[in-house]
Design a protein around this ligand. Structure first.
Ligand code: ZN
Length: 276
């Protein structure tokens, strides 16, 4: 499938349009034969399915895609269900998950910028670009992105993995953290690994990136090599960290995440630049 992002919605609506409707972080799907399907324009004629706060996203194979919320929060009709977007990974195609993520990100931004941060007046959508503008003082707010680094640290034939307190499921992953103002990405990698695990790293190299719209991150992946120190867990974010070999990996995150791509690359001996 091919998704083309766009800002300006074409005039009119079509029954074949796809609607990514959210209630907070939960996505509306239509259940057919125990499978989840993204509602189309024809579905939205059902009672209690009136979309508001529309965000035009672009076209998937020529079909217009919209993000929206529902007027009122009175639940949804039979055959429809709201499900946490992350729980739908593996149940919807990857393209649909990422388009839904885009909708989730934009709707979250839109919801928390209804009032101007400078003067408190109501904001409104800007006509010519994706932004909210204050109707009184003119302050413009663009969709917020929170960049974070995520790092596979290797030491010979081992990789550093840790359990994070925020993980809802009992798995180990590579370390990650938000970029701070005034910091470049390489410095952020070194600071995060030092703060969270107490070790120094070198040879920081770019691996790849991935939107992480839960609700508004961009994950920037790196590899790095161990350079010194002993693991000392900060106890604020992590509960345990250790070095693991390929044949002794603990439970790791599901596919789709860049965390898993980094760990898979390590497991398949494909981490560029790592001292293996
Ligand atoms: Zn204002």
């Amino acid at each position: 499938m091919k998704f083309v992002p766009e800002f300006k919605a074409p005039p009119g609506r079509d029954m074949s349009d796809l609607w990514f409707v959210f209630n907070k972080a939960k996505l509306l799907t239509r259940i057919e034969n125990d499978r989840h399907r993204i509602p189309d324009g024809a579905d939205l004629v059902a009672p209690r399915l009136e979309p508001v706060n529309e965000q035009y996203l672009g076209k998937l194979n020529g079909r217009c895609c919209y993000g929206a919320t529902l007027r009122g929060e009175n639940g949804c009709p039979d055959r429809f269900r709201f499900t946490d977007l992350r729980a739908l990974i593996g149940l919807l195609t990857e393209d649909l998950i990422w388009i839904a993520g885009r909708a989730n990100h934009l709707l979250f931004w839109h919801r928390i910028h209804r009032y101007c941060g400078r003067c408190g007046h109501r904001t409104k959508d800007k006509a010519e670009e994706r932004a909210l503008v204050c109707a009184k003082c003119g302050l413009v707010n663009y969709p917020r992105l929170s960049p974070a680094v995520i790092v596979a640290v290797t030491r010979g034939d081992r990789i550093l993995l840790a359990r994070n307190k925020r993980f809802r499921r009992p798995f180990y992953s590579v370390l990650a953290g938000f970029v701070e103002p005034g910091e470049d990405l390489e410095a952020c990698v070194k600071r995060e690994i030092r703060e969270e695990a107490g070790i120094a790293v070198r040879n920081v190299r770019y691996f790849g990136s991935q939107p992480w719209p839960f609700p508004d991150s961009l994950m920037i992946g790196f590899t790095a090599e161990y350079a010194g120190g002993e693991i000392t867990v900060d106890d604020v974010e992590l509960t345990h960290a250790d070095w693991f070999t390929r044949d002794n990996l603990p439970k790791i995150p599901p596919s789709l995440s860049i965390a898993r791509q980094l760990i898979d690359a390590f497991a398949n001996n494909q981490l560029n630049g790592a001292a293996l």
